[in-house]
Design a protein around this ligand. Structure first.
Ligand code: GTP
Length: 364
């Protein structure tokens, strides 16, 4: 296989999913564009890919496709060249890769990096590509070890790193290694994925390659890894970036206890900490306590409210004395005084939750 200098490496970014698990945040904004540590989530991935020498990226879009080109244009502001390939109807992960490959310029033997658009990873992409090239693999998958693999499909490998199977979710997984959503494909392998129909790489392409005896290689490592597909994971990703647990060239400013965007007004009597972000022009009043949370632009957290590990949407209002823990408040929603919302609660955009009368009746 021809050696490809990393500076010539092309990438495909999968960003066409609907992000259903992150609703209501993803009703108006696709998951990869959600503000994360002060910038769109993808900005962190693009900056990392670029730091490994990737120069040209094809976005595989579908859901709200136009929002990606509005945010990233031709990529020049990010030191990249970006192309967009849009599916009329979503083609699944494999179909999306096949469709996006029409915009690649590399030859059949070149490695192509493929990234899921919802992963934060600290692994060495350059080393993954080098391993792929030196072993002459068809595909090399980044694998990561998780504590509880029963929530995922698992990916066993032999002693030489060859992937032996793609196993569906099971209560008794044979390994803790799971698919980490970053692949290196040899270009000709992408061209062999059927065109114009829905294909899943996890359920069809990878198992098929293994069955045909192709070399599907695992690249296992123990660096930082997070799939930001759920609200809890999304806020964790944002706070880990702000705190510097995962270094990102796209973080606007040095890592620290919190990040305040331009125009944010935080009372000196408020306490903001734990990797929180306070959005542009957002207001945090006296006595409010914000920990490990993402406050959207133009939102207001009134006096003495407590917001922990939560997302407060753009322009939302959190009234005095409210407690929010592990919740998502949609854009423009209002949480009336005295409410206590706990794990997993989601308030849809624009909804107004009235004052909590029970709490207030005991105060008078
Ligand atoms: P959920 O609906 O919450 O599961 O999220 P999702 O839609 O993002 O699905 P999932 O997390 O399984 O997707 C993994 C990655 O593949 C994400 O970056 C998605 O944007 C992307 N993706 C999933 N399906 C498609 C598709 O049909 N087309 C394209 N272009 N990308 C896809």
């Amino acid at each position: 296989m021809a050696e490809t200098p990393l500076s010539d490496l092309e990438a495909i970014l999968l960003v066409g999913g609907q992000g259903t698990r992150l609703r209501p945040l993803t009703l108006g904004t696709p998951k990869p564009l959600l503000p994360t540590a002060g910038v769109p989530f993808l900005a962190h991935q693009l900056a990392r890919a670029r730091s490994f020498g990737v120069g040209r990226i094809v976005f595989a879009t579908s859901y709200r496709a136009e929002m990606f080109s509005e945010a990233f244009g031709d990529g020049s502001a990010f030191g990249l060249s970006i192309e967009y390939m849009t599916e009329e109807t979503p083609l699944g992960t494999g179909g999306a890769i096949r469709n996006a490959a029409e915009a690649l310029t590399c030859g059949p033997d070149a490695p192509v990096l493929v990234l899921n658009g919802d992963i934060l990873s600290g692994h060495d992409i350059g080393d993954q590509v080098a391993r792929h090239v030196s072993r002459g693999a068809a595909v090399t998958l980044h694998l990561t070890e998780v504590d509880d693999p029963s929530r995922f499909g698992c990916v066993p490998t032999d002693e030489e790193g060859r992937v032996t199977a793609f196993l569906e979710k099971t209560p008794n997984p044979v390994t803790n290694l799971i698919n980490a959503g970053c692949y290196v494909f040899t270009r000709s392998v992408i061209d062999s994925i059927p065109a114009g129909r829905v294909v899943s790489v996890e359920r069809e392409t990878f198992p098929g390659l293994i069955e045909d005896g192709a070399l599907v290689l695992g690249y296992a490592d123990a660096s930082y890894w997070l799939d930001v597909g759920t609200p809890a994971a999304f806020v964790k990703g944002s706070r880990d970036l702000v705190l510097g647990r995962l270094a990102s060239p796209a973080l606007p400013g040095p890592p620290g206890d919190f990040l305040a965007l331009p125009g944010a007004m935080i009372s000196p009597e408020a306490k903001v900490s734990g990797g929180s972000v306070v959005g542009a022009r957002a207001v945090v009043e006296s006595g409010a306590r914000i920990t490990g949370s993402v406050l959207g632009d133009d939102c207001v957290v009134h006096a003495d409210a407590e917001v922990v590990d939560s997302v407060v949407g753009i322009g939302a209002r959190v009234s005095s004395g409210t407690v929010l823990r592990d919740v998502v408040i949609g854009d423009g929603a209002v949480v009336g005084a005295g409410n206590e919302l706990l794990a997993g609660s989601r308030v849809w955009p624009g909804v107004v939750l009235p004052e909590c009368a029970v709490r207030f009746s005991s105060d008078v």
